[in-house]
Design a protein around this ligand. Structure first.
Ligand code: AMP
Length: 397
């Protein structure tokens, strides 16, 4: 049995989890928040309970040190850091360089640096996590599991924008897609649940969380995905606009908004928050709509309308759809939203069973009616487990 440490390093936060492989058993996980300040906070959960630490965390090095302290504390997750057999890192952007998870070496570090201009917030944080882990755990092989890798199978028809090719060739402007680890995981699980060979299965995977994307999968490979050059494109999200007419940006510039203001409108003040005027959380919006808030109700309709548009579009571009998968915080928990979306997909062969939808709750389970030409199912995502599976496979496989 090998203990694999999974690290997801953000700019001011760090999530971690330890998996015992190949048993797929989580030994515990933690979240460190407010890195870079004097009020750093760590919460660690194990099957035995929860522990918390408050510490001054000036940088990621300090955060990693605290993580190792919490992991190996009496009643923690591991006896010693020597018990960590390998580390798997979530890395956001592998550009066109990586289509699968890899062991981290100098070439991989260089690729993460080269792709930083494509993911300026995420890649530097991921790299910091890798460098600190290399220093603190020198005995451990480290693997990179990319958010973009699953979508490297997109054809030019799906990844090119209708722009002068020079912009692709000079500036690398194309669709990359994100959430790849989640889409790959739930498609694998769906194939298992439906007893389909994964390399032959066709799916439409809807990852509906605070960030959201839909991916079309043909014969086990991603062939289209709604996020694009950045995670802003596609669905209406918690605070992100998703698709819009690009001329709106020029119009807003003419109206005198600065680049920062426009960025905030698109990424932080838009989406369900901006549309509803209530919150970015579906629970709050659902409650407000039920109490008669018209904007909240309209926001929910915009959300579902956009998702149906993608499901329909991807169905048209696939030869066959075996199943549509719902996952992510909303896909796994928001029963009324699942009904709002899927209750109106009969014309393309998706027939929801409202009673099953309620019974299945967060899944895994089938929520389409008996005899529905296309199966609809809920699969809880688990990106950390997928990272553990990849790391175990490439280090010890
Ligand atoms: P995620 O980013 O996948 O963690 O998803 C977070 C989002 O899921 C939250 O912002 C909520 O909008 C939504 N969510 C979580 N739990 C529920 C629930 N019980 N009902 C409706 N929406 C939920």
């Amino acid at each position: 049995m090998k203990s694999i440490l999974i690290i997801n390093c953000g700019s001011s936060s760090l999530k971690y989890e330890v998996y015992e492989m190949p048993d797929r058993r989580s030994l515990g996980k933690g979240l460190i928040e407010r890195i870079g300040g004097s009020d750093g906070h760590l919460t660690q959960k194990t099957p035995e309970g929860k522990t918390e630490y408050d510490e001054n965390l000036p940088d990621h090095k300090a955060a990693m040190g605290l993580m190792l302290k919490a992991l190996t504390a009496p009643g923690g997750i591991l006896k010693s850091v020597e018990d960590i057999a390998a580390v798997g890192h979530r890395v956001v952007h592998g550009g066109e360089d990586y289509s699968a998870s890899v062991i981290i070496d100098g070439k991989v570090i260089k690729a993460i640096e080269d792709n930083t201009e494509l993911a300026p917030l995420h890649n530097p944080a991921n790299l910091t996590g890798i460098r600190e882990a290399q220093t603190l755990l020198p005995h451990c092989p480290q693997a990179a599991v990319w958010d973009t890798a699953f979508h490297q199978t997109l054809s030019p028809a799906a990844y090119l924008y209708g722009l002068d090719r020079r912009l692709y060739e000079e500036y690398r402007i194309r669709r990359y897609g994100f959430h790849g680890t989640s889409h790959r995981y739930v498609c694998g699980e769906a194939a298992r649940i439906l007893n389909l060979p994964p390399q032959e299965a066709n799916f439409i995977s809807c990852h509906l969380g605070n960030g959201a994307s839909i991916t079309a999968v043909a014969a086990g490979k991603s062939v289209d995905t709604s996020m694009g050059f950045t995670p802003l494109e596609g669905l209406v999200m918690g605070t992100r606009s998703g698709d819009l007419d690009p001329a709106i940006l020029l119009y807003l510039l003419d109206k005198g908004l600065s680049k920062t203001e426009i960025n905030n409108e698109l990424n932080k003040k838009g989406g369900m928050l901006g549309l509803s005027g209530v919150s970015n959380d579906m629970r709050d919006i659902g409650r407000a709509a039920a109490e008669g808030n018209r904007r909240a109700e309209e926001a929910l309709e915009v959300y579902a309308h956009r998702i149906r548009k993608y499901i329909g579009g991807y169905t048209a571009n696939l030869d066959r759809v075996d199943a549509v998968i719902f996952t992510g915080g909303i896909g796994e928990n928001d029963i009324p939203m699942r009904e709002r979306i899927a209750g109106r997909l009969k014309s393309i062969g998706i027939v929801l069973d409202p009673a099953r939808n309620k019974e299945v709750r967060s899944g895994p389970g089938i929520i389409s009616a008996q005899g529905s030409p296309i199966t609809l199912l809920v699969v809880p995502t688990n990106e950390e487990l997928q990272i553990a599976l990849d790391t175990y496979e490439i280090v010890f496989g």
